[in-house]
Structure formats: structure tokens, C-alpha cells
Design a protein around this ligand. Structure first.
Ligand code: NAD
Length: 429
């Protein structure tokens, strides 16, 4: 989520926390502890550029809370990175790890930079420099980074190599998102999209609806959307449209086929940023509609899996009367104002930090496999992922039913109370 002048994501994360703290009647010390990160590191990273000059980049690592286990969270490379964005994302990682009940806390890191303007060698030196600045404060039992916006498995390997060189030992559990064969886990690519559909499958059971009697509209056609569509279609569901960004015209389009989109066919006409080629889609018989059209389709299920703030006061009223479920694949796709409308409309929500927790859960599995130096088959990984996501969903929906809570609030109540309890058990509050 990007910070811009009018919107501070950390203030939003704190407001969300305050409202749950009120619901849970948390004492002042627990509020003070959980409202702000435990620790933050802000540092300069001097990098020798290819032309021989030196450039200094600003880097961050925020450890929001580690009462339940080592911190976990990605490292972002972005020209508009701000420490408040990193703080907010670290806070949300604490809640995400807690709601799926994995023994990890929340962290996030970043560097203010645009990797498009850096050569591979410069990126390598930046990654190694980042690790040198925080080497004492990260590690498999302290804080475990992962790829995020504009970072990938190669960046993670350079970072791992640097920490291992500094410490003089192999520490494959230090970082996740590594390539398969170099300590990465099978199933990681599928994990977020599949994880979302495991929770969606449970929601449909609860509403007594068979997946093959349902239709869905999806925003985005990236990693999360593609695997969510694959598994949902395997369960018998029909996706009637997807939207994506169309780079040549700098705008989004929705691609619709009322008898159901063909995943493979669309995957054959995407660019490297997962944007669908408008002209080729037309040739394949797709209707090309405006970017926002996905939200007004007559479907049972909406899956926003592209961006934050994409369901807002401008478009929430366009949601079709037929829609019963919204499963949030993206982080923060619904603004707080639009959220109120979903509550009034009684749309069954699977909130982002539950629905998209499959990624971090699989990263946790990667760390476990690395620490024991024994790797599971893809079926084993996905089986364990299904169990974790299913039980997290059931715990949340049971609480929502019992206490008549909105699903987002129920998920927050579970995750915040687990973290608060861990802090109490440790004698921190
Ligand atoms: P991605 O970059 O692979 O795909 C993003 C997709 O969104 C692309 O198809 C792009 O064309 C589309 N898009 C961009 N702008 C759009 C717009 N205005 N309208 C419609 N479509 C648009 O990204 P991803 O990995 O699939 O992540 C999607 C979301 O899920 C992000 O919010 C991300 O933070 C969140 N998320 C991802 C993971 C993961 O494991 N990949 C885990 C948790 C959360």
C-alpha cells in the first residue's frame, strides 16, 4: 500500500487497532505496546555504482511485535517507500500471522529506490548492503524477511549469502521466497491464490451453496488471481470476467466471457506484469469493458486481487444485488467507508489478512523445511496449507456467528487477542 499526502497507512492501521482494542477492552499498557512497533531500524546503505561513484540509499526494517515468534515480512524496493508504509505493513503482518496461528510475529522492510534504474550488480550490492546494516538484528530465530514489491527470489539469495558470510555458517531459514532447489518451498507460487479458495470453499459450505452453482468476477490477473481462478474452476465454479492493467493505454479493462473465461488462453496473452493484451482478448471473443466493470457483474462472488483501495465510495454502490461473498485477495482492497456498505448489504466477507494469508503460511513452511533441511512434496505442502487456512476460517466464522460480529472484526478480535495474550504470558504487560 502506497502512502500519499492525504492517506497515511500507519494511521489507518492504528485506527483499526484502536477500535478492536475498545471491543476487547484492552488495558492501556497492552494498547501502548501493540499500537506501535517494538523496534525499528533506519539506516543508510552506501552502494558502489557501476560507474565507480557512490550512492547512499535509505533502508528500513520494522519489527512490530515478536511475542508469538520471530518477525516475518517482506522487503520492498520502491521509490516512494515511507517508514509509515513499512510500519503499517509490519503491523498487519503481526495480525496476519496470528489469525492463521503460525508462531511468528510481524515485520516489514524497505529501501527507497527504483530497481528499474539499477543494474543487476548494483541491486546485488544494495541487497548485501541492506543485510550488513541489520545483520545483528535479523536471522532465522529473530526476523525472517521475504520478497515483496519489486524484490524476488534472486534478491533473497544475495541477502542470505551475505548473512551466511557474516555469520560464518549456513542459515537457510533466515529468508523465505528462495527459488525451489535453493531452499525454496514447492507450492509457494500457488499458495496465496489456493489459500484464498480454501477459505472461499469453506464459506460456500457455510452458506449451503455448491461451488458449481456459483459464478465469480475477479479484479486482477496476477499471481494471486491466476491460482485462485485455477482452483475455483477445479471446484466447479465459473469465472465470468477478470480485469487487468493495460500498459499501452495506461488504464484497466475488464474482459468478460459469460460462459466462463479460459484461464490458459488468457495466460497466453499477458505481458510480464500480468496485464492482458486487449486486442488479442478481443480476437479470442472476450467482451472488453471498462476497468471497473468487474464490480457490477451479476455474480455470486467478488474477488478483488489487484490493488489496495479499489472498492471505494465511488463504486461500492455498483455491486450487483446477487453478490453474496467477497474474498479479498489484495491487501486493503476495501476502504473503511466502502466496508460499511458491505456490512449493510450483509455481504459475507473473507477479510484480506485471512483470505491472502496462504502466502505467509507457505513461507513459514519454507522456513520449517529449511531449518530441518528436509523438504516436503508439493502435495504435502498444499495439504498442510489447506488445514491451516480451513481451521483459521472456521475459527473466524464461528466467532463471527457467536458474537454477531462482521467477519473483518472477528478476524481482528482473534488475532489481536492472541498477540495480547502472548504479551501477557511473557510478562510484557
Ligand atoms: P501481480 O503483480 O502478479 O498482479 C497484479 C495484477 O493486477 C495484474 O494482473 C495487473 O494487471 C492488475 N492490475 C493492476 N492495476 C489494476 C487496475 N487498476 N485494475 C485492475 N487490475 C489491475 O500481483 P499479485 O502478486 O497477484 O498481488 C495482488 C495483490 O495481492 C496485491 O495487493 C498484493 O499485495 C496482494 N498479496 C499478494 C500475495 C502474493 O503471495 N503474491 C500475498 C498476499 C497479498
Amino acid at each position: 500500500m502506497m502512502a500519499h499526502s492525504a492517506f497515511n497507512p500507519f494511521e489507518m492501521a492504528q485506527r483499526q487497532f484502536d477500535s478492536i482494542a475498545d471491543k476487547l477492552d484492552l488495558d492501556q499498557a497492552t494498547r501502548d505496546l501493540l499500537r506501535n512497533p517494538m523496534r525499528e531500524y533506519h539506516f543508510n546503505i552506501p552502494v558502489r555504482m557501476d560507474d565507480g561513484s557512490m550512492k547512499v540509499f535509505r533502508g528500513f526494517r520494522v519489527q512490530h511485535n515478536d511475542a508469538r515468534g520471530p518477525c516475518k515480512g517482506g522487503i520492498r524496493f520502491h521509490p516512494q517507500e515511507t517508514v509509515d508504509t513499512v510500519r503499517a505493513l509490519a503491523t498487519w503482518m503481526t495480525w496476519k500471522c496470528s489469525v492463521v496461528d503460525i508462531p511468528l510475529g510481524g515485520g516489514k522492510g524497505g529501501v527507497i529506490c527504483d530497481p528499474h534504474n539499477l543494474s543487476l550488480r548494483e541491486q546485488e550490492r544494495l541487497c548485501r548492503g541492506w543485510v550488513r546494516q541489520v545483520a545483528k538484528n535479523v536471522g532465522p530465530l529473530t526476523d525472517v524477511p521475504a520478497p515483496d514489491v519489486m524484490t524476488n527470489g534472486q534478491h533473497m539469495l544475495w541477502m542470505l549469502d551475505e548473512l551466511e558470510a557474516i555469520r560464518g555458517e549456513k542459515l537457510p531459514g533466515f529468508i523465505t521466497g528462495k527459488p525451489v532447489g535453493m531452499g525454496g518451498s514447492l507450492g509457494r507460487t500457488e499458495a496465496t491464490g489456493y489459500g484464498l479458495v480454501y477459505t472461499l470453499r469453506e464459506a460456500l459450505k457455510e452458506l449451503n451453496v455448491r461451488p458449481h452453482d456459483t459464478t465469480a468476477a475477479v479484479q486482477g490477473f496476477g499471481n494471486v488471481a491466476q491460482y485462485a481462478i485455477e482452483l475455483y474452476q477445479q471446484l466447479g465454479g465459473k469465472v465470468i470476467c477478470v480485469s487487468s492493467w493495460y500498459q499501452p493505454e495506461q488504464c484497466a479493462y475488464t474482459f468478460r466471457k459469460k460462459d466462463g473465461i479460459n484461464l490458459k488462453e488468457l495466460m497466453g496473452i499477458i505481458d510480464r506484469y500480468n496485464g492482458i493484451d486487449k486486442n488479442k482478448a478481443k480476437e479470442l471473443g472476450y467482451e472488453v469493458l471498462p476497468g471497473d466493470a468487474w464490480i457490477e457483474q451479476e455474480v455470486d462472488i467478488l474477488i478483488p486481487a489487484a490493488l489496495d483501495n479499489s472498492i471505494n465510495t465511488d463504486n461500492v454502490s455498483k455491486i450487483n444485488k446477487k453478490v453474496r461473498i467477497m474474498a479479498e485477495g489484495a491487501n486493503g482492497p476495501t476502504t473503511p467507508e466502502a466496508d460499511k456498505v458491505l456490512v449493510e448489504r450483509k455481504i459475507f466477507l473473507i477479510p484480506d489478512f485471512l483470505a491472502n494469508a496462504g502466502g505467509v503460511t507457505c513461507s513459514y513452511f519454507e522456513q520449517v523445511q529449511c531449518n530441518m533441511n528436509y523438504f516436503w512434496t508439493k502435495d504435502e505442502v498444499l495439504g498442510k496449507l489447506d488445514q491451516k487456512m480451513t481451521s483459521a476460517f472456521i475459527a473466524t466464522s464461528e466467532l463471527a456467528r457467536k458474537q454477531k460480529l462482521y467477519m473483518r472484526d472477528a478476524a481482528y478480535v482473534i488475532s489481536v487477542s492472541r498477540v495480547a495474550q502472548a504479551c501477557r504470558d511473557r510478562g510484557w504487560v
